[in-house]
Design a protein around this ligand. Structure first.
Ligand code: SAH
Ligand code: AVI
Length: 329
């Protein structure tokens, strides 16, 4: 059993979750949709194109940091298994494995992602390259299914890269970090990749690229709703809008209706009305400083051990904080 996939989000579960979120999000006065629905096969491919755009510095910066600091990070964490949340492609874990493989292949790689097709490709590629001995893929939602991560085979490193944590609002990311902490024993570590607060122009360009790939990625959520719930969105009737909110430290992505119109979501028996200029808020991408990252980790009973940065992006290595035990009477 070198490759195993446990599927906790099948097509049916995905459809039910999307139906709920569409009812709630598109029924709200200020319309919204959660960003996890961007990632069907087409959306994941669009995201891969985003990572290669000149304006989208995040992936390049994180790869460069991993190339320089992976040896020190791995010397500090010495994992036998890596649990990776939202890996998408195997490009980043491969950078960690390249360093580890001096000491033999990793015993187990446990990727957790809603997009099972990318997990399949990534897992089988890593096995065929001999970089890992076993892959246990968890096809699930990392906000709901972390309890399905199998018991550890040895010292564990949980990797959450690409600043995907920044796509969650503060209460939800605290919840997630607390759940991640529960995956860690005293000797285990979390490697968190997060994007940093910087010039608004740089941030804005990264989320509104000249070639329009991010706009297509944004519209993809409408295509997912059309296909899954028999809706009749005309994706081209929505513009792409990105804005930096300095106070909240987040880039927001919205879809903007070009004209008054209605959309029918047949499977939900739902009609949604749009006025010209009305938006659907589809994603937040929170940005951090070293101080805000450390405070967030501490609030989840995690302590920062290393902070590696190029000024644009940060890699935080953390472990469980010692929790004070009640004194014996
Ligand atoms: N870590 C990669 C990919 C980031 S794209 C990188 O840094 O480039 C975000 C990934 O997270 C996608 O593969 C998407 O399918 C996954 N994802 C997003 N929300 C998720 C959720 N709630 N549960 C599980 N996976 C999720
Ligand atoms: C996956 N996530 C961290 C990306 C981000 O930067 O927030 C998704 C993305 N949205 C627009 N471009 C890329």
């Amino acid at each position: 059993m070198r490759y195993r996939a446990d599927v906790h989000v099948d097509d049916d579960a995905r459809r039910r979750a999307l139906a709920n979120d569409v009812r709630r999000g598109l029924g709200a006065r200020e319309k919204w949709l959660p960003p996890k629905y961007f990632y069907d096969a087409a959306g994941s491919a669009l995201f891969e194109r985003i990572t290669q755009l000149p304006e989208y510095y995040l992936t390049r910066a994180e790869h460069a940091l991993l190339d320089v600091y992976a040896p020190a990070i791995l010397a500090a964490s010495r994992p036998r298994e890596i649990v990776e949340l939202g890996p998408g492609s195997p490009a980043k874990v491969r950078r960690l494995l390249a360093v580890l493989n001096g000491t033999g292949p990793l015993a187990r790689y446990v990727p957790v992602d809603v997009d099972g097709s990318t997990l399949d490709v990534a897992g089988r590629t890593l096995l065929s390259e001999g970089a890992v001995t076993e892959v246990y893929a968890v096809v699930g939602d990392f906000e709901q299914h972390l309890d399905r991560v199998p018991p550890p085979t040895g010292r564990r490193l949980v990797a959450f890269l690409g600043s995907t944590l920044g796509n969650l609002d503060p209460p939800r990311r605290q919840e997630l970090l607390t759940a991640v902490r529960n995956l860690l024993a005293d000797d285990d570590h979390l490697l968190l990749g997060i994007d940093l607060v910087k010039s608004p122009c740089v941030l804005h360009a990264a989320y509104d690229d000249a070639a329009g790939v991010t706009a297509e990625f944004n519209r993809n959520v409408l295509r997912v709703i059309n296909r899954t719930l028999a809706a009749d969105f005309d994706a081209e009737a929505f513009g792409h809008y990105a804005r930096w909110d300095a106070e909240a430290a987040r880039v927001e992505m919205h879809l903007v209706a070009a004209a008054d119109h209605t959309v029918r979501v047949a499977d939900l028996d739902l009609i949604v009305s749009f006025e010209a200029g009305e938006t659907i808020w589809t994603e937040s991408s929170y940005k951090f400083t070293r101080a805000s990252a450390e405070a967030m980790l501490n609030a989840a009973q995690l302590r920062l051990l290393r902070w590696d940065t190029d000024g644009a992006f940060g890699l935080a290595l953390a472990a469980r904080a010692a929790v004070g035990r009640p004194r014996a009477a």
